[in-house]
Write a protein of this length. Sequence first.
Length: 281
Amino acid sequence: MFLNRRRFVCSLWAGGRVAWAAPASVAINPLIQKALARMYNCDFATADRILDQQIQNQPEDPLGYCFRAASILFSELDRLMILEGEFFSDDKRIIEKKKLQADPEARRRFFEFVEMGRRRAQTRLAAKPDDLDSLFGLSITAGLVTDYVGLIDRKQLGSLQYAKESHAYAVRLLKLDPTFTDAYMTTGLTEYLLGSVPFFVRWFLKFDGADGDKNRAVHNLELAATSGRYLGPFAKILLCIIHLREKRNAQCERLLRELVRDFPDNPLLRKELTKVSALRN
């Protein structure tokens, strides 16, 4: 069950009408917030323009490139209808080998921005090994590649190396600063993944500091959802998926109502809310 790794991606956010408390020690970039708010409203073109402006203003900041890659991936996942709730609640659809018609230009640009973000993050870490945003950027880019390889290329086993890389950077980041709550989205996702596979499979999937505790997975994702700097809404989406898979439809519906309220231009969220509400009737 390779369901998750949708950190794409697309993950991400911080804006709109949602208010949550980011750690006081962590600076929030308003352009990235604005871009991710548009991305969560499925306005990818505007998100891309804002992120291009961020890159122009701060060309050495890895996060602009990382989130630009996220916007490309999120757009592709939306176009290919991978973001549908049924996809993530049906393991057979996740692992099926039906070839998807990926956009070759989108793929090229995605990996180009991933690499530019990685290079800048690694350069900054070489000068300052405790640079939090660089560790965060490396965790994001590895997670984005996990999503692309696993969900679009349909190479779930091949995506595991990137999932481990993303998790390792998140753990390293949290050791330096436990209040960097965005990173709990990655560790929470890892816990749920490991807790959703058979024991004999989990034995070979070694992720430092994770043992497949689903309760801890939900706890970590709730931390990211309530106080994440950029990933709050995406953590909510992942919680919706987990609640749906675990037959906790009421909790899923509550979170979807919040997301629909905060991102009214996103038709997929409204569609998913309608389907989940019907399950309760």
